[in-house]
Ligand binder design. Structure first.
Ligand code: HEM
Length: 331
């Protein structure tokens, strides 16, 4: 790993350049030389902030749907014709949907702060840098998908896609937390080696079954009563049947997680992987219990919202175990 050196842009400029360009280069140079040369606690905290804010977006999107505020702003990017902000006539639904839209700016601020913090070490910490770039680039894409959701009157397939894009962002933020945490603690590896083929296979099984449970869950939602607006279209699938299909990968996930937990403790695996499995067991069992509770209680909005909190938690926990047991994503 090479150490980035102080950068004096103003020294490298052709002498023919004017004073303005020289002043800009000097300012950039001063600013650049103040940026961190390694990943410390500050950068790790920013990565954690990304993970938390991306998870909050999932829950706030859920609150929009469950309070039937999905069309609280009838337009996009304007809230309603001629105005970007809600008017008093739009009531609480306008405020809820507008609040959800505003969260985009908080996410963008955290993502920009992350990129600025790792700018000076971008060549020595390529994965951290590109994961940070991915987080920032995804935010406007996600905002546009949100716009398409509104313009299609909350078509359930588009709503699913919007939700799953947020899930992908939570996964990316988790990878960032693992890498920044590793370096801020002075550890050598994210995936504690050597990894056995069984641990790798279990890591992949956990990733695939979690992804299937998440995708199929959105089909259940699209068939259920919480459309986001009373006038919005529904899939029309049998709710009981799609729920049963949704829980098939959940059972496989439970089996893979318990097997992985048993193996990491039997083979004295690295503490980080043991902790990862313990957190995953809690996430899977809690999410399963909430899932059944909401189903048998007839989908009360408080419990459904808890199930959405659980999706963010489970995504982070499963991504962490996959990351630590496969080592696919470089440092
Ligand atoms: C690891 C376990 C689980 C995961 C990751 C998971 C994930 C999800 C996801 C992502 C959604 C869609 C959320 C949305 O589109 O807003 C969902 C909805 C749903 N899930 Fe699960 N789920 C799990 C377990 C269960 C279990 C065990 C049940 C039991 C019956 C269940 C029942 C439901 C129901 C009924 C819905 C529809 C809620 C609605 O209408 O809004 N889930 N789940």
């Amino acid at each position: 790993m090479t150490t980035p050196v102080a950068n004096h842009w103003s020294d490298r400029l052709p002498p023919a350049l004017g004073r303005g360009a020289r002043a800009v280069a000097t300012t950039y140079s001063r600013w650049y030389n103040r940026l961190p040369l390694s990943i410390g606690r500050g950068i790790h905290r920013l990565a954690i902030a990304s993970l938390i804010t991306q998870s909050i977006l999932i829950v706030s999107g859920g609150a929009v749907r469950l309070t039937a505020s999905g069309l609280g702003c009838s337009q996009w990017p304007n809230c309603m014709p001629g105005t970007m902000t809600p008017t008093p006539e739009m009531g609480i639904h306008g405020l809820i949907e507008f609040g959800n839209r505003m969260l985009t700016f908080v996410l963008a601020a955290v993502a920009i702060a992350m990129i600025v913090s790792v700018w000076r070490i971008r060549r020595t910490h390529r994965t951290v840098f590109w994961l940070s770039i991915a987080l920032l680039c995804f935010i406007p894409i996600q905002a546009v998908i949100g716009g398409i959701t509104v313009l299609t009157d909350l078509n359930p397939w588009v709503v699913s896609f919007h939700f799953l894009a947020s899930i992908a962002l939570v996964a990316v933020a988790t990878l960032l937390v693992n890498r920044t945490g590793r370096e801020s603690r002075g550890e050598q590896l994210v995936a504690p080696g050597p990894l056995t083929g069984t641990m790798r296979s279990l890591g992949w099984t956990i990733a695939i079954t979690s992804a299937l449970a998440l995708i199929l869950g959105t089909v259940v939602t699209g068939s259920g009563p919480h459309a986001g607006d009373p006038s919005s279209p529904r899939h029309g699938f049998n709710l009981y049947l799609v729920t049963r299909i949704h829980v098939v990968p959940v059972y496989l996930l439970v089996i893979a997680t318990l097997l992985g937990l048993y193996l990491v403790f039997r083979t004295h695996a690295a503490p980080a992987l043991k902790r990862g499995y313990l957190v995953l067991v809690v996430a899977v069992l809690a999410q399963g219990a909430i899932g059944y509770t909401q189903f048998f209680l007839g989908l009360p909005i408080g419990v459904v919202l808890l199930h959405m909190v659980g999706t963010a938690f489970l995504t982070a926990a499963a991504t962490n175990v996959w990351d630590r047991s496969t080592g696919v994503v470089p440092l």
